[in-house]
Design a binder for this molecule. Structure first.
Ligand code: AQP
Length: 331
């Protein structure tokens, strides 16, 4: 069985972007792969997090992932900070990665914004820690949204350079698993920016815990253009907001843009938005209800995370100890 590792930041309530780009694939991969799912709190603090909120969001993230179908009997679900192997390997990778490589990372540019000098050093080296998250398990498959493709290429560069520098063939190649029609879900307010759980505007996203009223209102207000929907995907070129809504519909319905347009093409956005809101409510209602139920039992959530961390440590500790010996530490 191939080993899968993927992570998500407890930096807010997960959105349908996280769901369609990542979580949905995670759930399916449990049938065919050995899976480790990590709530990456070390990554989250690359931007300041209120400590009480971070604790609450880590538990909320665990509850939401379980509600979506992550099964702790089959997969290790844990908080990144509970497995120190990530940080030990992350430091070694900081010493392998080149500044020139990091300078090319578009996500750093996006997240740091105009005032780059004020961004944390952690945000800059974030991709090195992400590479360590994967390599600490010698995982070969990483299901991520399209936005993370560049970071995975960097992870492979780091692993290859490590193998080369130390004359070993230790780290295997990592393959991204980028699936589905809505691999990159865009903001409801701006079709050129990705939907993010930490976007200051709650109107820009659908959270997995939004109720029916919130979903209907956000979709109704989602930015669109005045033309009706085209009848074929080619007609969505240069119409990022329209494309985004069609892709979300396709992702949620488990179909593709062509099929959605065959059904809804030629209609105005009013009717299409009603149909999309109805679909989202139907898909998200069971997840929201189960998340609420799980959040009522914090002790159980902590137990699940502790069990997952123990499983993860058993896999990662020997791998990282071996790497430390390769590097020349007195281990
Ligand atoms: N808009 C998106 N479309 C498709 N996939 C997405 N992912 C995130 N946003 C989208 C995928 O979700 C997984 C977890 O992401 P993350 O929490 O590690 O960080 P992120 O990519 O930075 O996600 P957010 O929601 O934008 O978080 P914040 O706001 O905290 O920065 C990844 O697999 C990602 O591809």
């Amino acid at each position: 069985m191939q080993r899968v590792l993927s992570g998500i930041q407890p930096s807010g309530i997960p959105t349908i972007g996280n769901y369609l780009g990542a979580i949905r694939q995670w759930v399916a991969l449990q049938d065919t792969h050995e899976c480790l799912f990590c709530i990456v709190d070390l990554h989250a603090i690359t931007s300041f997090q209120d400590p009480a909120k971070l604790r609450a969001q880590t538990l909320e993230m665990a509850a939401t992932l379980l509600a979506c179908g992550i099964d702790p009997a089959r997969s290790a679900l844990f908080a990144q900070s509970a497995v120190h192997a990530h940080v030990r390997l992350g430091w070694i990778f900081n010493c392998i990665a080149r500044l020139g490589w990091l300078n090319r990372m578009t996500q750093f540019k996006d997240k740091a914004g105009k005032d780059r000098e004020a961004a944390s050093a952690g945000l800059y080296v974030y991709p090195n820690l992400m590479a360590a998250d994967i390599a600490a398990y010698r995982a070969t498959r990483v299901p991520v949204g399209d936005d993370q493709r560049q970071h995975l290429e960097l992870a492979n560069d780091i692993c290859e350079k490590f193998n080369h520098d130390y004359g070993v063939d230790f780290f295997p190649r990592i393959e991204p698993l980028i699936l589905g029609e809505a691999a990159r879900v865009m903001s409801l307010r701006d079709g050129t920016r990705k939907m993010s759980k930490s976007d200051p505007s709650d109107q820009s996203r659908i959270n997995l815990t939004d109720d029916a009223d919130a979903i209907a209102q956000k979709i109704r207000r989602a930015r669109t253009d005045p033309a009706p929907l085209p009848s074929e995907p080619a007609g969505l070129a240069e119409r990022p907001e329209a494309r985004n809504l069609v892709d979300i519909y396709a992702g949620m319905a488990g179909t593709d843009a062509a099929a959605v347009l065959a059904e809804h093409g030629g209609r105005g956005f009013g009717a299409f938005k009603d149909a999309l809101a109805g679909l989202l409510v139907a898909r998200l209602a069971p997840i929201t209800a189960e998340t609420t139920r799980l959040l009522a039992d914090e002790a159980h959530l902590r137990e699940v995370l502790a069990g997952g961390a123990a499983q993860a440590r058993a896999l990662a500790d020997p791998i990282v100890a071996h790497v430390e010996r390769l590097v020349g530490f007195l281990a």
